[in-house]
Design a protein around this ligand. Structure first.
Ligand code: HEC
Ligand code: HEC
Ligand code: HEC
Ligand code: HEC
Length: 376
């Protein structure tokens, strides 16, 4: 082979290698340069590495929709006019209809009001989606009121998770247990299974969601002394921690050093405040899954459930979707005070109305006709 031939073969081989690595796991090869932003003390290596080409479409995809104009709070209350309101009865009917218009756009823009309602009778709870939605309103209020250590006054709306679709794009189910066959193949404990999205394809145990976002297994398992002095945590427990950390980094689109000084991962005094926010986030996610999602198990139809019959659940990505703050910190909740306050349900509220009901409901539907989706 002469020099030119060898060069050509070399270039072709390099091309093939690049093409192969490009195809791997569907992630395109990203050419440099990447930007790095310092996020900690100088000399500690606390840098965030960003690729502007990935970031740009990501920022575009995370823009909040425009807010609806505010509605007057005067006039009769929803609880006086409608028949079956249990959570938002304190709103004026105008505010109530504004809320209905907003959740339709956030959760079911293509399907419209009928995604949750029987158009012949808006008061009845015959569709499971309406029952779920009522609980979701309460869950959103609970996040905004009781979890400010995590969501601050930025808060969340339905859009934070749903992004214009009935089923949020980032959810999880408990993984099916390993098929064991004969016992001599041992128990690999959900490890070394190729191509698991939850651990970004690493050979770590992949069902860390169940361990930490449903159960409350210990995350901090590293010893804090140089010599073994009684820490009985296994390597596998450490690997579960790493799986969780991969999920958290990936969900927020950050490196480990966004929350840790890598000279001592466990030391809180060397960690930036974001790590504390994340600590609350882990507890919040667990709370939402146990108190709201699991509670709805019997309401959801079988086709919405996982292989073990469990309900879809929340993780960090459900809200964050690759951004360090969901929607890059856009404050959507402030335009929806009905989602940032908890109102005690008054017994008997919502049983008002009577003869006027059909008219009131028609008026509500008319008020949104013309607003998309028209005629539903
Ligand atoms: C994502 C589900 C969902 C969508 C979509 C939805 N609603 Fe509702 N709707 C609810 C829930 C939940 C309630 C009960 C609220 C409560 O209990 O406080 C309700 C109650 C109502 C009521 C009160 C009925 C009564 O007499 O009790 C009216 C009227 C109403 N919605 C109108 C609409 C209109 C008009 C649209 C379309 C613009 C719409 N809704 C879209 C979930 C939804
Ligand atoms: C923290 C994230 C989160 C927030 C905030 C949230 N949801 Fe959900 N929602 C979920 C998850 C997870 C599911 C389960 C997915 C499924 O249906 O399989 C779900 C399911 C639903 C469903 C059932 C859809 C279907 O077709 O099965 C409705 C309706 C719904 N949510 C309405 C709402 C409304 C209305 C709000 C705001 C008041 C809201 N959600 C806020 C996470 C969220
Ligand atoms: C969004 C913030 C955040 C990111 C990003 C993050 N961590 Fe963590 N990390 C935490 C929090 C919070 C804890 C403690 C959890 C608890 O106690 O519930 C923790 C705990 C740990 C521990 C256990 C320390 C001990 O005391 O045993 C290790 C190890 C660790 N992280 C490594 C990593 C690695 C490696 C990465 C990158 C793949 C990473 N972390 C990314 C927030 C983060
Ligand atoms: C219900 C939606 C929701 C879920 C689920 C959620 N977060 Fe957040 N998170 C938010 C909101 C909203 C903010 C913005 C708060 C603010 O503006 O200070 C935030 C902020 C943060 C921040 C602070 C970022 C900064 O630069 O100040 C960290 C770190 C974080 N979240 C980590 C996590 C981790 C880790 C998880 C999963 C264990 C998680 N979040 C789950 C809604 C959520």
């Amino acid at each position: 082979m002469n020099f030119m031939q060898r060069l050509a073969t070399g270039v072709a081989t390099l091309g093939a290698v690049l093409a192969l690595s490009g195809c791997e796991r569907g992630a395109p090869f990203e050419r440099p340069p990447v930007d790095s932003v310092q996020s900690g003390y100088r000399g500690t290596g606390m840098l965030q590495v960003y690729n502007p080409r990935i970031l740009e479409p990501q920022i575009e995809a995370n823009q909040p929709p425009a807010a609806l104009p505010p509605a007057p709070s005067e006039g009769p209350k929803a609880s006086q006019v409608y028949q079956n309101v249990k959570v938002l009865g304190h709103l004026s009917t105008a505010e109530f209809v504004r809320h209905m218009t907003a959740i339709t756009a956030w959760v079911a823009p293509n399907e419209g009001c009928v995604y949750c309602h029987n158009p012949a009778n808006f008061a009845e709870d015959s569709k499971y989606t309406k029952v779920v939605a009522r609980r979701m309103i309460q869950m959103t209020q609970h996040i905004n009121v009781d979890w400010q250590q995590h969501v601050s006054n930025t808060g969340v709306t339905c859009y934070t998770c749903h992004r214009g679709q009935p089923v949020p794009s980032k959810i999880w189910f408990t993984a099916a247990p390993q098929k064991k066959g004969a016992d001599f193949i041992g128990n690999k404990n959900a490890q070394n299974t190729a191509d698991q999205e939850s651990v970004k394809g690493a050979s770590l145990p992949y069902d860390h969601y169940t361990e930490y976002f449903k159960e409350a297994k210990a995350i901090r398992v590293a010893g804090d002394t140089a010599l073994p002095t009684g820490n009985r945590s296994s390597i596998q427990q450490g690997e579960f921690t790493y799986g969780l950390m991969m999920h958290m980094s990936d969900s927020l689109g950050v490196n480990c050093t966004y929350c840790h000084n890598s000279r001592s991962f466990g030391d809180w005094s060397q960690s930036p405040p974001q790590r504390t926010t994340a600590w609350y986030g882990i507890r919040m996610v667990r709370d939402l899954n146990l108190e709201y999602m699991e509670d709805l198990t019997s309401v959801f139809p079988a086709e919405r459930k996982g292989v073990l019959g469990d309900v879809a659940k929340v993780n960090c990505a459900t809200c964050h979707q690759g951004a360090y703050k969901p929607l890059y910190g856009a404050k959507m909740a402030k335009d929806h005070p009905e989602l940032t306050t908890l109102v005690q349900v008054v017994a008997g509220a919502g049983a008002g109305g009577g003869a006027g009901d059909a008219k009131a409901v028609k008026a509500a539907a008319d008020a949104v006709a013309g607003a998309k989706p028209a005629g539903r």
